[in-house]
Ligand binder design. Structure first.
Ligand code: AMP
Length: 126
């Protein structure tokens, strides 16, 4: 089943120009801007412009051109912002278990410091 897209989500408003953003990259298919509450010296959000909720529907419904543009944008941003050499992390939160806050697909690109291990281990029961 297709995911229902809320046209009033905050990134939809940014994409329509109704809210500001600190843009770092844009092309026909993609907009990238700085995260308002950065978790690292570099923290950029990379969005397809069309209304996809998550990787789940994007991977099913987006055109090859959109998918290519999105992942190419990540490399472009990493090079532009100077983290390509030292390393960085890209991730997408999806849905409830992924703690996705904004229901418009976005890739986080974080870097500029040692990011530590990837995911907190589950607490073990005694
Ligand atoms: P997620 O939990 O993956 O949905 O992440 C949403 C991200 O959007 C968080 O890292 C927020 O800090 C960020 N965010 C929320 N509002 C804005 C905004 N107006 N401009 C830029 N980033 C935002």
């Amino acid at each position: 089943m297709a995911e229902v897209y809320d046209t009033e989500n905050i990134f939809a408003k940014i994409l329509r120009g109704e809210l500001p953003c600190d843009k770092v990259y844009e092309d026909e298919h993609v907009l990238a801007f700085k995260d308002l509450y950065p978790k690292a010296p570099v923290h950029v959000l990379i969005l397809p412009k069309r209304p996809y909720v998550s990787v789940t529907d994007f991977s099913q419904s987006a055109s090859d051109a959109e998918i290519a543009a999105w992942i190419r944008a990540a490399g472009n941003v990493a090079r532009e912002l100077g983290v390509a050499e030292g390393g960085y992390r890209v991730l997408c939160n999806v849905g409830r278990d992924g703690h996705q806050e904004v229901a418009h697909l976005h890739m986080h690109l974080v870097g500029g410091r040692d990011l530590g291990g990837m995911i907190r281990r589950e607490e073990r029961q005694p």
